[in-house]
Design a protein. Structure first.
Length: 428
């Protein structure tokens, strides 16, 4: 039997796809590309925006249209947040929520016997424990995402995630240690700790995010530990100081900003001000040599005026982020913000996004240009062309170099000689 996964959304979804793929592989399934013919097509959905839902619907219908005799399975965040919408997708033969991903093999076996459509959606509840999941490999790569936290208690006014992921819960340290050991034994060199609200890891427990980093660093075969996206108001001075003495820790911080305007931040129900965010960035850069700070910025949120946008733009420019993901606000049904309406016209959102992207790309390109002539340590991950290898520095700068030697899995010191605009550096 052949199974193909099509994954939308975040690093947590990518991790959960790998978990489900391992379950099927252990049962004798061959995992193939979604471009190939398969007996089962599994769509792991994202629902953070209405556009993500649209992509989910399109992919479900496409797989059933192109492969009418195959079984199409829908899982992920869309069924969890909007079970009625997911159930209405008749092209999906099996529908299950992200809470039930561990049941995928049982559902496939049941469907094989009954040939009847299956809907299996359990609601997240307060007090749920962390779902017992682990992986031993990651898509034949040397860098693996490891989910250690799920759920969110933030309730940002624009966000559906608390509904689609439930409340904060954390993987136990002993489970993390065992998982990291398995990954290291399969050739993984770098661990990226991920979660829905990663910086809340350990909430209500006697451990925290620093403890998770330390567990990974204890494994001698793991060379680097990196963190996924973080909420800025959860990052304390004490946490920064503790992370700074862990040699394997990579000082690349993706600190979700959303807006540099205090009025907009308040409307979004974000839990910090622009000045607090700036102080955090200054603390990180003064503590870590060669650190990098990246972020997400939303434009066109409800009631964001031109003046508000310009304040956000000026703030973003003042921080000089190494990279910025810019996106226009998309109203999400079921959130607090959706009850207020969406009063910024789409063309205006797109105009603001274009301005923000243009300005942040200028900053990134200047950052890349300033690196020319510097030597950096790169952990090479893959061969992007014949004898052209790509890897990343500790602060997550993508670097490519030519080599007749297979560099995959090796850390090499290289000298930056040039850069490709807004993308990566070239080294020798």
């Amino acid at each position: 039997m052949k199974a193909a996964f099509y994954t939308l959304g975040c690093k947590v979804n990518q991790y959960e796809t790998e978990y489900m793929a391992e379950l099927l592989k252990k049962a004798g399934f061959e995992i193939v590309s979604p471009k190939e013919n398969a007996d089962y097509y599994i769509v792991n959905s994202c629902t953070v925006t209405s556009t993500a839902d649209q992509k989910t619907r399109q992919s479900i219908r496409k797989f059933k249209r192109l492969h009418p005799k195959s079984v199409v399975i829908l899982t992920g965040c869309m069924p969890q947040a909007f079970p009625n919408d997911a159930t209405a997708l008749k092209e999906a033969d099996i529908v299950l929520s992200n809470k039930n991903d561990g049941d995928i093999l049982d559902l496939i076996n049941k469907y094989t016997v009954t040939k009847e459509r299956l809907i299996h959606i359990d609601e997240h509840k307060n007090g749920d424990e962390f779902w017992d999941c682990s992986i031993s490999d990651f898509k034949e790569r040397i860098r693996a995402f490891v989910k250690i936290e799920d759920g969110c208690d933030r309730f940002c006014s624009y966000c559906i995630i608390p509904k689609s992921r439930g409340r904060v819960r954390s993987k136990e340290l002993f489970a993390l240690k065992n998982e990291v050991e398995n990954l290291a034994n399969h050739g993984i060199k770098e661990i990226v700790l991920v979660g829905i609200n990663l910086s809340a890891y350990g909430k209500g427990k006697d451990f925290d995010l620093v403890d998770a980093v330390k567990i990974c660093a204890e494994n001698e075969n793991i060379k680097r530990i990196r963190l996924g996206s973080l909420e800025p108001d959860h990052i304390t001075d004490e946490m920064i100081e503790k992370l700074s003495i862990i040699e394997k820790f990579c000082p690349q911080f993706h600190l979700s900003l959303q807006s540099g305007c205090d009025k907009t931040l308040k409307n979004m129900n974000r839990h910090y001000t622009s000045s607090q965010y700036k102080a955090l960035c200054e603390k990180i850069r003064s503590t870590f040599k060669n650190s990098s700070i990246t972020t997400d910025v939303m434009v066109g949120f409800h009631e964001e005026s031109i003046d508000d946008f310009n304040k956000s733009l000026d703030f973003v420019k003042s921080i000089k982020f190494e990279k910025v993901h810019v996106f226009p606000y998309s109203e999400r049904f079921g959130t607090a913000a959706s009850k207020r309406g969406d009063n910024v016209p789409k063309p205006e959102k797109e105009r603001r996004a274009e301005i923000m992207i243009k300005e942040t790309e200028k900053i990134r390109n200047q950052y890349l240009k300033n690196l020319i002539g510097k030597e950096v340590d790169v952990l090479f991950e893959n061969e992007v062309d014949e004898n052209i290898y790509q890897g990343y520095t500790k602060n997550y700068l993508p670097v490519r170099t030519h080599s007749n030697e297979n560099l995959i899995g090796l850390i090499k010191k290289v000298k930056i000689t040039n850069y490709c605009e807004n993308e990566f550096c070239i080294a020798e």
